[in-house]
Design a protein around this ligand. Structure first.
Ligand SMILES: [Zn+2]
Length: 144
């Protein structure tokens, strides 16, 4: 793995790191990301059971998402808001943060960060093209 696999902010090593969706740096760890999460809104749904399946109808109201904490697998509740029982609709490994320390991207208050998985040639795998064993390697890195 790259020597520089460390958080660009706190310099933590040997933990899961995320990179901007369209960029290779900065890298950010879970602890720094949790402190910098951007305020996101979700579309409220009214859940109704139809033939045994819950369907969520948009109410037109936007609500602020609660603050997330990254779990051991590197996941957070999706930005779609809660499901019928208040549980996350799904868990995702993309996070949105506001990294004011990096002025070149600070104009975007909500940067999408994806798991930073190096390809061994000085670059990172595109989000959907990470080999399964490297995904596993990343998931097994300590989150914090
Ligand atoms: Zn950090």
């Amino acid at each position: 793995m790259e020597k520089t696999y460390e958080c660009s902010i706190c310099k933590r090593k040997n933990v899961k790191l995320w990179r901007p969706y369209m960029d290779t740096k900065p890298l950010i760890c879970a602890v720094c990301a949790e402190e910098r999460q951007s305020l996101e809104m979700y579309d409220e749904r009214a859940w109704k059971k139809v033939s045994g399946i819950y369907k969520g109808k948009l109410t037109g109201t936007k609500l602020p998402l609660p603050k997330w904490k990254i779990n051991e697998e590197g996941n957070i509740p999706s930005y779609k808001g809660p499901g019928p029982y208040g549980e996350p609709i799904e868990m995702i490994d993309n996070i949105r943060v506001n990294i004011e320390e990096f002025p070149n991207i600070a104009s975007l208050k909500s940067i999408c960060m994806v798991p930073a998985i190096a390809d061994g040639e000085g670059c990172f795998y595109a989000d959907n093209f990470v080999p399964e064993q490297l995904k596993k390697w990343w998931r097994e890195l300590p989150t914090r």
